[in-house]
Design a protein around this ligand. Sequence first.
Ligand SMILES: O=P(O)(O)O[C@H]1O[C@H](CO)[C@@H](O)[C@H]1O
Ligand SMILES: O=c1cc[nH]c(=O)[nH]1
Length: 254
Amino acid sequence: MVTINVFHLGITDEDLKGAELAIVPGDPARVERIARLMDNPVHLHSVREYTTWRAEIAGKPVIVCSTGIGGPSTSIAVEELSQLGIRTFLRVGTTGSIQKDIPAGDMIVTNGSVRLDGASTHFAPLEFPAVANFECTQALVESVRAAEMPCHIGITASSDTFYPGQERYDTRTGHVIRQFRGSMEEWQSLGVLNYEMESATLLTMCAALGLRAGCVAAVIVNRTSQEIPDESKIAACEATAIKVVVDAAARLLK
Ligand SMILES: O=P(O)(O)O[C@H]1O[C@H](CO)[C@@H](O)[C@H]1O
Ligand SMILES: O=c1cc[nH]c(=O)[nH]1
C-alpha cells in the first residue's frame, strides 16, 4: 500500500488508523483539550494553524484538527483530511449571537449558513445552499439536550471577516461598506441566529464533495447587548461545546 501524504497537515493516512470522523475546532489550543476527553490521545503534528491529534471513542479512532480562522484555511484542512479518509466533520466553535433571546453560554447548532465567505464559491455557486448533514445535526442536538443546555437550531451568518462582514465598524474611520451597513438588523429580521466564520465554507464544500458536516458553537457574546465577551466566561462556554461535540461524535460512531 502506498502512503498518502498531503501538502499542509504533516500527517499521512497511516496516522489516521482508519479514522473516518474528524472534530474540527477553529482554535489550535482547543485540539488537545478535545482529544483528552477521549481515550488514548496522541499528538500527531502541528504546523501553522493546523494542530492534529488522534484519539479513540469505544476503540474507534477519531481525528481532531484545527482549521484556523476563516474559509480558506478551513477548506485546506477539510480537503486534506478527506484525502486521508475522513468522511464526517464536526465543527465546534465560538460565536456571537444576534438574537436578543440567545445569551452567552447557550449552544447553537447550525443547520444552514448564509454564505458571506469567498471560499465556498470555489466549491459551488452561491445558489447552492450551505446546509448541514441531517445526521450530524441530529447528533449535535441530542448531545446539547443530553448536556441539559439550551439548544438553538437554525441559520448562521458565516463571514470571511470578523469586522465589516459582522458589521463591526472600524474604530478609527467608522468604515464598513454599504453592503454590510444595517446587515445585522436584516439578518435578525430573517431569523438568523449568530455570526461565525467557517461554517459556510465547511457546509458548502462537504455538501458539494459528498461528505457529512455539522456545526455546534458556544455563544460567547450577545451582539444585541455587548461587543466584547466576558473573558472569565469563555472557558466555561467552550468546555461545554467541547463535551457536546465529543458526545455527538460518539453517537455518530455507534
Ligand atoms: O472559536 P472558533 O472556532 O475559532 O470560531 C470563531 O472564533 C473566531 C473569531 O474570533 C472565528 O474562527 C469564528 O468562527
Ligand atoms: O461575534 C463573534 C464571536 C465569535 N466569533 C465570531 O466570528 N463572531
